[in-house]
Design a protein around this ligand. Structure first.
Ligand SMILES: Cc1cc2nc3c(=O)[nH]c(=O)nc-3n(C[C@H](O)[C@H](O)[C@H](O)COP(=O)(O)OP(=O)(O)OC[C@H]3O[C@@H](n4cnc5c(N)ncnc54)[C@H](O)[C@@H]3O)c2cc1C
Length: 311
């Protein structure tokens, strides 16, 4: 990014921009080279303005939530990374829409942890399956995050998006989602950002929700590695099977390349156990895919998103 573009970006972002910003600290994998710039946006009115600026200057951009489903390339990203905070991280008062039924508007930058604590305190049922998923509401929606047989698609009523043209509201239905993917968002990739979501919840007892949350967190700790940086499940589960089981049966648990290792606890997790690079992880991914293909004739598809230098 040349100096005149930097100066314009500094001006348009009111100085709240970090140039040549290493992205590793912004991902749960703790891996990745620098972005040309990283900007934390706090006000809705700034966002459409910024997207227009990016469009006019032909600047690449990408939104990060908590970076918990991302592998960033060692070369980083030639463009601007955006993170949503402030107005984008708020939770509105619940509205009663029927017996035992409520809706809640949530900002896309709100973490699932904050939302779950709110739901547990307020007696709002439905979200608890996501307790322990370390992402934001926006990232969870885009990924159709799920656990224990439930997923975001079960709860979403509508979604607010901002594009260079401004704010728009999309009504959504469960059929718009696929496994670990909000497929209808494809039309907005590269031009739209999820900024808020309305969720359909139920009323529940706070103490019951707190008990469920505690139990789900306990199960996560038993089943998943939590002592080393990782990005959750690396591969999507093939239909009717589990990627972790296939990897385990290939004897690939503990397999390593450089500082990256297939977790010995859960075959579908790759951990960064010693200053792994993205190249280490990608080489290990290719080795696992090759092993599973050879033994089971199954192509393992990536669940994590890989961010290359050009997008
Ligand atoms: C320990 C661990 C456990 C996990 N367990 C689970 C689990 O049980 N179930 C599960 O489904 N996932 C799980 N994950 C993966 C991950 O936490 C989820 O996919 C999460 O929803 C990603 O949210 P995020 O905010 O971190 O998104 P990011 O990783 O930051 O982004 C993911 C993608 O969404 C895009 N994106 C993010 N925010 C927006 C936005 N506002 N608008 C448009 N695009 C956006 C990004 O550009 C990127 O392409 C786990 C991860 C870890 C590290």
């Amino acid at each position: 990014m040349d100096n005149s573009l930097r100066a314009k970006l500094e001006e348009i972002s009111h100085g709240e921009v970090l140039f040549d910003c290493p992205l590793a600290p912004y991902t749960s994998f703790a891996i990745g080279g620098p972005a040309d710039a990283l900007l934390v946006i706090k006000r809705k009115e700034d966002l459409a303005h910024l997207l227009n600026f990016f469009h006019n200057e032909s600047l690449r951009w990408r939104v990060f939530g908590k970076g918990s489903n991302l592998l960033v390339n060692d070369a980083g990203f030639r463009g601007v990374v955006l993170q949503l905070a402030g107005e984008f991280a708020q939770i509105a008062e619940a509205s009663v829409v029927g017996e035992n039924r409520l809706t809640v508007g949530v900002g896309a930058g709100c973490s699932l942890t904050k939302l779950n604590h709110h739901c547990c305190r307020q007696g709002l049922g439905g979200m608890v399956f996501s307790y322990g998923i370390p992402g934001t509401v926006g990232g969870a929606l885009l990924m159709n995050a799920g656990a224990w047989g439930k997923q975001m698609a079960d709860l979403v009523v509508d979604v607010g998006l901002i594009t260079a043209k401004g704010y728009e509201k999309l009504a959504v239905k469960p059929g718009d989602f696929r496994y670990r993917n909000w497929s209808s968002f494809a039309a907005y990739i590269g031009r739209g950002i999820i900024v808020d979501v309305t969720l359909a919840l139920t009323s529940a007892h706070p103490s019951q929700l707190q008990g469920e949350a505690k139990e789900l967190l306990r199960k996560r700790k038993v089943l998943q590695p939590h002592n080393y940086p990782n990005a959750g499940s690396v591969f999507k589960n093939p239909q009717g099977d589990s990627a972790g089981r296939l990897i385990d049966e290939c004897g690939l648990k503990g397999e390593s390349v450089g500082g990256a290792m297939v977790s010995t606890k859960h075959g579908n997790f790759i951990i960064n156990n010693n200053k792994a690079t993205a190249t280490d992880v990608l080489t290990l991914i290719a080795r696992v895919q090759h092993g599973v293909k050879k033994r089971f004739c199954v192509d393992l598809e990536l669940e994590i998103h890989v961010l290359g230098a050009s997008g």
